[in-house]
Design a protein around this ligand. Structure first.
Ligand SMILES: [Zn+2]
Ligand SMILES: [Zn+2]
Length: 318
């Protein structure tokens, strides 16, 4: 089968073996989305080598759960050991020996086939088309913010960033009725934020927004996002860190102490709520697609996804 694999460079391999894990389900991939995490992995984040890709929709070919065969599915990406206390409590996302599709110890979705346990797979209803279904995994991650913090119509929220993840966060938060401000660099992306219901502020004007928000979510994908978040949040407010990026940052933590801030990280979420929100029609993602390319053009599609101004680039397998 074909697979877009990273070793010292990213390359399309035409004779990759089928991914076979005993007791797991084999999925023929239909579409998969290129995420900033994938771009960061190609720069060395997570130290991963293998087939990239973790945002996908596909059709089940083989499964120990016979009723799944032939179904169109999306998947949660963390696979725990099944034996440790975290896995036993139902939290394989934090299992210390987990593998993660296309990110850690497990080949991913930029290929003709992938393998996951059946428990990771969720049927996608017909109301969600293939390209929209690719957004279910990152949408689940965006909605997961609402598991970490209470946000209601009276909450003033700022999102630092205007890229793909930031746009999904904005769309997720509109369901709460809260007041949303998006702060970003790109006018075209800020206008997408505006369409979704956010007030949009160019980064150059962020200074004026100092101390104005109960909650600030950093989805900027850059090391400077957290420093800005610390400036924007009200005393005793909360900062949620959503971006993964390769590299480290230095910042002054004194304001965190003086202003008694809370800082929390947030990563992957559950697919169920994402499927429900998207099938209700309350979250539109079609405006976030920049391009759909063939897997054969994978390396070029990666270059496109990394261009400034690019939103989601989707790889189609057939
Ligand atoms: Zn992703
Ligand atoms: Zn475990």
């Amino acid at each position: 089968m074909r697979a877009l694999r990273l070793s010292d460079k990213l390359e399309l391999v035409r004779d990759a073996p089928l991914p076979r894990h005993p007791q797991e389900t084999l999925v023929q991939v239909i579409c998969a989305g290129i995420c900033n995490t994938d771009l960061e992995i190609t720069k060395g984040y997570a130290g991963f080598e293998g087939t990239l890709g973790h945002e996908f929709v596909g059709r089940v070919v083989e499964s120990p759960r016979a009723e799944l065969i032939g179904r169109r599915v999306a998947g949660e990406i963390n696979v725990g050991c099944g034996a440790c206390p975290l896995c036993k409590s139902g939290d394989s996302r934090h299992c210390p020996s987990r593998s993660v599709l296309g990110i850690k110890g497990r080949d991913g979705a930029f290929a003709d086939y992938l393998s996951l346990p059946d428990a990771n797979l969720f049927e996608v209803p017909d109301s969600i088309d293939d390209t929209a279904a690719v957004f279910l995994e990152p949408l689940a991650a965006a909605l997961h913010i609402l598991d970490a913090i209470e946000i209601d119509h009276s909450t003033q929220v700022a999102i630092v960033g205007d890229g793909k993840l930031a746009q999904l966060v904005i769309r997720s938060l509109t369901t709460t009725g809260c007041d949303i401000t998006a702060i970003g660099k790109h006018e075209s992306k800020l206008s997408l934020a505006r369409v979704a219901g956010a007030r949009a502020v160019p980064l150059s004007d962020a200074e004026r927004e100092r101390g104005a928000f109960d909650v600030v979510i950093d989805a900027s994908g850059s090391a400077s996002g957290i420093s800005l978040a610390i400036e924007l949040v009200k005393p005793t407010g909360t900062i949620i860190l959503k971006s993964t990026h390769h590299g480290s940052t230095t910042l002054s933590l004194t304001p965190v102490v003086v202003n008694e801030l809370r800082i929390a990280g947030s990563r992957c979420g559950r697919l169920g709520p994402a499927i429900e929100a998207m099938s209700r029609g309350s979250i539109d993602v079609t405006s976030l697609i920049s391009a759909v390319a063939s897997l054969d053009d994978g390396p070029q599609a990666f270059a496109r996804a990394g261009e400034p101004g690019a939103m989601k680039v989707i790889l189609r397998m057939s």
